[in-house]
Ligand binder design. Structure first.
Ligand SMILES: *[C@@H]1O[C@H](CO)[C@@H](O)[C@H](O)[C@H]1NC(C)=O
Ligand SMILES: *[C@@H]1O[C@H](CO)[C@@H](O)[C@H](O)[C@H]1NC(C)=O
Length: 398
């Protein structure tokens, strides 16, 4: 075989390897999705390679950052809330009444993403346009440079700064019409900070609505039906989820390996498993065809070294009934083809059992990150549809 045909063969194998990801029939625009997914995977592999060679990893989200550009309708400013960088969108039009506000936390596995990322910047502008709201997109320090609870504390510090009479007055915000929202790891941070906010006597102003978009809510059981069904799903594979989780707490590979085996929890944590027991918390249709196995516990050292994964600030699904009961109106969006789908569904069950008012949107043709796919950069039909539904819901309920 000549050199040329060998090169051709290798290229074909590589292309086939990259391109082949079975995408469920229900999901539309399969080819576009496949292209985006392959682009993301190539970027991840290059990034891993650079890291191995000792270079600073190249991150996709850096390429997607946009500057804070004001226009005739909105003033956009990058500023600091309690030393945490935030991007604030304020409608330019004068208003005779106070406005509603959305405090938004971006996703990205606690490791990537940014308030300056194009799709988030655009979501902020849409919220201004459709809701006439003041929008705050907050940043937080990322792993692996910073581990839990830095991300949680950054978001809490920024939120605390915002929820003060003086600051709200400055932005013309009605303290009784504030929503806190986030997607993916951002949904995790929103659920966690809101639980703390309810019990913080120093903060008198609470939020009216919380919105959790395909949130990640627990690090105890890495063998849920959605983990099994979506092990190789597009956008976030189970392998990535487990890696994001373990890197949230430490760069020590021992935790990652234990989490992959789902044997990272110590026997002393067995009382917490009732809060993540999918066999009691999932609706029938999501349990179908799956057999619940009692968790296998590992040695106690990991939890002693990295107690974060048993901490309610990282796994808000572990919160006590008495905390959950006081939560405000909650909007939860879950996607059928999403590895973290069951986290959202289990939280929904727990909130309902605690008599919290919950609105659930399950996207039957959705996958993780679908709202960001509605941005004009990607312009996915299902993404656009979900963004519009979401803005409509906020408009009617906030
Ligand atoms: C500003 O708002 C007006 C009225 O809604 C709209 O027609 C115009 O396109 C907006 N401008 C920008 C830059 O979005
Ligand atoms: C989970 O729930 C099932 C009943 O649905 C029960 O048999 C099992 O003991 C529970 N396991 C844990 C660890 O809570």
């Amino acid at each position: 075989m000549g050199k040329k045909s060998l090169c051709l063969l290798i290229s074909c194998v590589l292309i086939a390897y990259y391109s082949y990801t079975p995408i469920p029939d229900k999901i539309e625009q399969q080819w576009e999705l496949m292209m985006i997914w392959n682009f993301m995977r190539i970027q991840m592999h290059i990034s891993t390679l650079l890291e191995m060679l000792g270079f600073r990893p190249f991150v996709l989200s850096d390429l997607l950052k946009v500057p804070p550009i004001s226009d005739e309708n909105v003033t956009v400013t990058d500023t600091l809330f309690n030393n945490v960088p935030v991007r604030v969108f304020v409608p330019k039009q004068k208003s005779s009444t106070l406005r509603r506000a959305v405090f938004y936390v971006h996703g990205g596995g606690w490791a990537t993403g940014s308030a300056a990322w194009g799709p988030y910047d655009e979501l902020g502008r849409w919220m201004v346009e459709r809701l006439d709201a003041v929008v705050v997109l907050t940043d937080y320090r990322l792993s692996p440079q910073y581990h839990f609870p830095t991300q949680f504390e950054d978001v809490y510090d920024a939120l605390r700064w915002f929820l003060r009479k003086k600051v709200l007055a400055e932005y013309g915000v009605d303290p009784s019409r504030i929503c806190i929202a986030g997607d993916s790891a951002g949904g995790n941070l929103v659920a966690a900070v809101n639980q703390k906010l309810l019990n913080d006597p120093e903060i008198k102003i609470k939020v009216k609505i919380q919105s959790l978009i395909y949130p990640v809510l627990q690090a105890l059981d890495m063998d849920l039906p959605s983990h099994r069904e979506n092990i190789h799903m597009v956008i976030v594979e189970k392998e990535h989820l487990v890696e994001f989780w373990s890197r949230y707490f430490t760069s020590d590979k021992a935790l990652l390996e234990a989490m992959v085996a789902n044997q990272h929890t110590p026997v002393e944590s067995s009382h917490l498993f009732k809060f993540v027991n999918w066999s009691t918390l999932l609706p029938e249709r999501f349990k179908k065809g799956h057999v619940y196995t009692t968790p296998i516990h590992g040695p106690s050292e990991l939890a002693k070294k990295y107690p974060g994964f048993l901490d309610v600030r990282a796994s808000p699904l572990l919160a006590d009934h008495s905390i959950l009961r006081r939560l405000p109106l909650t909007h939860i969006l879950t996607c059928q083809y999403d590895v973290v789908r069951d986290d959202g569904l289990m939280y929904l069950s727990r909130l309902r059992a605690a008599d919290v008012r919950v609105v659930h949107e399950h996207v039957e043709d959705g996958f993780h990150g679908i709202l960001s796919f509605g941005s004009s950069l990607i312009n996915f039909r299902a993404g656009k549809r979900e963004v519009n539904k979401y803005l409509k819901w906020l408009k009617e309920n906030l």
